[in-house]
Design a protein around this ligand. Structure first.
Ligand code: HEM
Length: 459
């Protein structure tokens, strides 16, 4: 070893065992990051987790030659109900590469065109429901309805399965079971070893079995229909051969993929839409610009028919979503691990396989974002501004080979719906809503309601 390689720095260790886990652990760890800086180890009940937040360190972690995805403790818990599905598969698990290769065509640009009609159909369901609230003057529950919309969209577009969420007074039971499973996965991270969690674990197993049952129904509906198409996710999972070795996915893996996509494909998009609406409600200038953009496209049409190309033209609306995901990336952390023993930032020793969690909301408040990172400002995503910034400053969809496969799907679906809502309604902050963030491994504005009014030409 050379003399310089011995100059290492100690990472601050912050033991929060005495305080205990919070029911908003992400916001708790954000507070730690603000106090202890861009790298620190949090200790809770004897278990340590290393967090980083700065652009400098995250840029290094994004180097695929030196680092790769790690299935960190949170995802290990999620693995209990998604096993080797794409999100929670280990890098070296054969089914990751196999499913990735088979499913990639479903996320090519051409496929988004194929999903567009299903996305539009579901967007119209939400509007029909919101028109009902408009007539009755009752407020809408934004996160709940966004979840109805995104669940029905992934169900119909990906699997040809209709959850019919808007025909139900309460959300589909899949949603409740899923949220409880995610909550279990989150809370298990902060468990006090002296407390008995047998009842929680039994309830979790019941919910996980329920999710698996729904998935079996989704698969059975397709098999019974005799439909052998391979142009949607389920068709590819059931029938498409691997491009090079010709094998198909096995039944257990298909189940894990369906459950993974039903969860990953709606929960985070729903939160992103909810945060975007919250910010528009509080930022009349951004809202005005978005209204102008939709008016330029659709004029005063009562029921516009957004085309696939229209969605690409809603540039400001998309910037609103990207900025909402900057402040509140709804999948708020991802974990990397070193391929070999190394020094992070040239000074912090890391052993091969040691996990490092990237705390995305704090990366998104790094000084690279300017003096006022808390300010909601979609001009940060103007093309020229974006091009001048490091690509590693913004990671709501993770990084590298294991980054989000559904990013374009989410942005197409969410941009279109947001554009349609902005064009149609005036949003009234009747409850004087103050942002509180609910955490169930993902983030959502808690109890966020708003009242709707019809836009008039003067609005
Ligand atoms: C992976 C975020 C929407 C499917 C990821 C990761 C993040 C993320 C951060 C990487 C996790 C890690 O490194 O551990 C988001 C956000 C979304 C979104 C913020 C919406 C705003 C979607 C949609 C789908 C989807 C709509 C499916 C239709 C997946 C899958 C993976 C993934 C399957 C695992 C990919 C792999 O490892 O091969 N997502 N996602 N996501 N996402 Fe998304």
């Amino acid at each position: 070893m050379t003399a310089t390689s011995l100059i290492t720095s100690a990472v601050p260790l912050v033991d929060i065992t005495a305080v205990g886990a919070s029911d908003t652990p992400l916001q708790q760890v954000m507070r730690l990051a603000r106090r202890h800086g861009p790298i620190f180890t949090r200790r809770l009940h004897g278990s340590d987790r290393l967090f980083v937040t700065s652009l400098e360190l995250v840029s290094e972690l994004a180097d695929e030659q030196r680092f790769t995805k790690s299935v960190g403790p949170a995802l290990e818990n999620v693995r209990e109900f998604t096993a080797d599905g794409l999100f929670t598969a280990y890098n070296d698990e054969a089914n990751w590469a196999k499913a990735h290769d088979i499913l990639m065509p479903a996320f090519a640009l051409g496929s988004m065109r194929a999903y567009h009609p299903a996305m539009l159909r579901v967007a119209r369901r939400l509007i029909e429901s919101w028109d009902g609230h408009l007539s009755s003057g009752t407020p809408v529950d934004v996160p709940e309805d966004m979840t109805r919309m995104t669940l029905d969209t992934i169900g119909l577009a990906g699997f040809g399965y209709d959850f019919e969420s808007f025909a139900r007074p309460e959300p589909h039971p899949f949603v409740g079971a899923m949220v409880r499973c995610l909550d279990w996965a989150m809370n298990k991270l902060g468990r006090d070893p002296d407390v008995d969690f047998t009842a929680e674990d039994a309830a979790f197993r019941g919910d996980a079995a329920f999710l698996a049952g729904v998935v079996d129904d989704v698969i059975a509906a397709r098999t019974a229909s005799g439909d052998t198409r391979t142009d949607d996710l389920l068709g590819l999972m059931l029938g498409a051969p691997h491009p090079s070795d010709g094998t198909t996915l096995d039944a257990a893996n298909i189940r894990n993929q369906v459950i993974t996509f039903l969860i990953a494909g709606h929960e985070t998009t729903s939160g992103a839409l909810s945060f975007a609406l919250y910010h528009l409600l509080k930022d009349p200038v951004s809202l005005r610009l978005a209204q102008r953009e939709t008016d330029e496209l659709w004029g005063d049409a009562e029921d516009p028919e957004p085309t696939f190309e229209d969605v690409g033209r809603l540039r400001w609306t998309r910037q609103v979503l990207l900025e909402a995901l900057r402040l509140w990336p709804t999948a708020a952390a991802f974990t990397r691990e070193a391929r070999e023993d190394t020094l992070l930032g040239g000074r912090y020793p890391l052993r091969a396989g040691e996990g490092v969690a990237v705390l995305t909301p704090m990366l998104h408040r790094d000084p690279v974002w300017g003096d006022n990172p808390e300010l909601f400002d979609p001009t940060r995503f103007d093309p020229a501004v974006e091009a001048a910034r490091s690509p590693h400053a913004y990671k709501p969809f993770g990084t590298g080979e294991r980054a989000c496969i559904g990013r374009q799907f989410a942005l197409h679906e969410a941009t279109m719906l947001l554009g349609m809502l902005i064009h149609r309604y005036r949003f009234v902050d009747s409850a004087g809503y103050r942002l509180r963030i609910k955490e169930t491994l993902t983030l959502k504005p808690d109890a966020f309601t708003l009242t709707l009014a019809r836009r008039t030409p003067a609005d």
